[in-house]
Design a protein around this ligand. Structure first.
Ligand code: FES
Ligand code: FES
Length: 155
């Protein structure tokens, strides 16, 4: 028999309460229960970064965290950070630099890049590359992504 638990968390500023299966991953909960499909599911093994989310201000792999582990937490997804305009500069730079093709990696890439920007360092190109090294892009070759992030960092 499946084990279900009641959880309450804040998602993109709105409190949400649900009964969830103990084994459900956070990214699946967001996508399937809340319809927040901006966070993507790629490898489901913590490798590709497509499922990157922010939990209590820190980016995490949504495929490695259970929904029940987010009980009491604040969760921000690309939808919320886009609506709040927090990602506006990055989104504009990605658009202008053609830093995406299929867009599958883009939500996770934006969240990872924003974490680097919030750390308020002036990262070098190499440091930008290191920071996004856990986010895989199968389309762009990364050059334009690094260009876009660099533009915001130096903006
Ligand atoms: S789907 Fe989570 S890291 Fe790939
Ligand atoms: S734009 Fe297609 S995976 Fe990055």
């Amino acid at each position: 028999m499946e084990h279900a638990l009641d959880i309450t968390l804040t998602v993109n500023g709105t409190q949400v309460s649900r009964r969830v299966q103990a084994r459900q991953h956070l990214v699946d909960f967001l996508r399937e229960e809340l319809g927040l499909t901006g966070s993507h599911v790629g490898c489901e093994h913590g490798v590709c970064g497509a499922c990157t989310l922010r939990v209590d201000g820190v980016i995490v792999r949504g495929c490695l965290m259970l929904a029940v582990q987010a009980n009491g937490c604040r969760v921000d997804t690309v939808e919320g950070l886009s609506d709040s305009k927090e990602l506006a500069k990055l989104q504009k730079a990605f658009h202008e630099k053609n830093a995406l093709q299929c867009g599958f990696c883009t939500p996770g890439m934006l969240l990872a890049a924003q974490e680097l920007i919030l750390s308020s360092k002036k990262p070098t190109r190499e440091e930008i590359r290191n920071h996004i090294s856990g986010n895989y892009c199968r389309c762009t070759g990364y050059q334009a992504i690094v260009d876009a992030i660099e533009e915001v960092v130096n903006g």
